[in-house]
Design a protein around this ligand. Structure first.
Ligand code: GLY
Length: 384
């Protein structure tokens, strides 16, 4: 099951790294097993390695798109009709969410599902779903302050919301609606200004006076404390600002993505996985692997930005090493009997006691995305 990996790695670095083909085969087995056990269900995290099928007690359902996204990745890679059928079915189950005004996570739900479907095979219905979802998401714009509000409060926004501007930019392009474009751009710049600090680290949440738009303070839900750096939030920033730049070509957003990535790299030695929050002096668990999976996928995307030059090698090489760490049996559940997820040692919500040192669906999704991107990263650059 182990491979000799790439020729440039030392023996120590290579030892125990699971071959890419075996990672894919393992992911297929795990997903087939979940689809058989709980058809149509979209769990968020595991408990003792088993997917929890109850409603997520922390957030209005936000993670359903990740399972559909993995099914689309497999459908596209394998050309297998069964994966394709499942991907379509899971995506259709999510279609009503295009009108969901109760969450700021419409992009998380619809981009891995309907977005991947459209990217694979552009068609009118998927386009309509994405436009509707983008409009619903843009409806969260809080004009004073210029941010997309979270489900927590009209005065709150999260760094995670940067992962949900992409669907608004898409909807703006597909429908030729400048108001949508403006909403996504305004939110991106507000996030850059108030959620990103001078050293490139990020806060989880920013609070504003919803009437005047005045910035009040930062806070956190899943990190250590209000002035700390929650690793997954940092990873969302890398990925989210990169996507915002790819849609707009806006250099300030590219700079934000690079600064977020540089902070992550400085805080996480090459080939390692961060804790839940770097500022916590005594993190109860050593790792939050979903942050590593998201940052890895985000850095592969950042490395592919047109004209990245020197940056390209820096982010690509770091991402390759990070992916190798996740491919070891310490993280990949390949040798863990009875475990239903793909990547172990993630944390969903430490304070609320949810999914601690477990698998999370978004960690599995971004791991597979990173595995997929790694195969193409040397091929070319993405259009902004
Ligand atoms: N809801 C986004 C996250 O838990 O990262």
């Amino acid at each position: 099951m182990t491979s000799s990996g790439d020729a440039t790695a030392t023996d120590a670095q290579t030892a125990g790294v699971v071959a890419v083909a075996d990672c894919w085969a393992f992911a297929e087995r795990q997903l087939r097993r979940l689809l058989r056990r709980a058809p149509g269900q979209t769990p968020t995290y595991t408990e003792n390695g088993r997917w929890v099928l109850n409603e997520d007690p922390w957030a209005p359902t936000w993670s359903g798109g990740f399972l559909a996204g993995m099914l689309w990745i497999l459908a596209a890679r394998t050309g297998d009709a069964w994966w394709r059928e499942q991907a379509e079915w899971y995506s259709r189950l999510l279609e009503p969410r295009k009108d969901d005004t109760g969450t700021h996570d419409i992009g998380f739900v619809l981009e891995p599902s309907w977005g991947r479907w459209y990217d694979l095979e552009p068609h009118g219905h998927a386009r309509e779903v994405l436009i509707d979802g983008g409009r619903t998401m843009a409806g969260r714009l809080q004009l004073p302050g210029g941010y997309l509000r979270t489900w927590v409060d009209p005065g709150s926004t999260f760094i995670d919301v940067m992962m949900n501007v992409g669907i608004i930019f898409r909807a703006a392009r597909y429908s030729d609606d400048p108001a949508l474009w403006d909403a996504a751009l305004r939110h991106s710049h507000t996030s850059r200004r108030f959620l990103m600090r001078g050293d490139g680290s990020t806060a989880h949440e920013a609070w504003f006076d919803p009437q005047t738009g005045e910035f009040l303070r930062t806070a956190t839900h899943q990190g250590w404390r209000s002035d700390s750096t929650w690793a997954r939030g940092q990873a969302w920033a890398i990925y989210g600002f990169t996507v915002a730049h790819l849609h707009t070509g806006d250099e300030a957003l590219l700079d934000a993505a690079c600064r977020a990535a540089d902070f992550y790299i400085a805080a996480t030695p090459v080939g390692q996985v961060p804790p839940n929050d770097w500022s916590d002096p005594a993190p109860p668990e050593p790792w939050e692997s979903s942050a590593a999976a998201i940052a890895t996928a985000g850095m592969f995307r950042l490395a592919a930005v047109r004209g990245a030059g020197e940056r390209r090698d820096r982010y690509r090489d770091y991402a390759k090493r990070s992916l190798r760490a996740l491919r070891t049996p310490e993280f990949l559940a390949v040798g863990t009997s009875g475990w239903e997820g793909i990547v172990k040692h993630a944390i969903y919500h430490r304070r609320n006691g949810l999914g601690i040192d477990e698998s999370v669906m978004f960690g599995d999704y971004y791991f597979l995305e990173a595995l997929d991107l790694a195969e193409h990263v040397d091929e070319g650059e993405e259009e902004p």
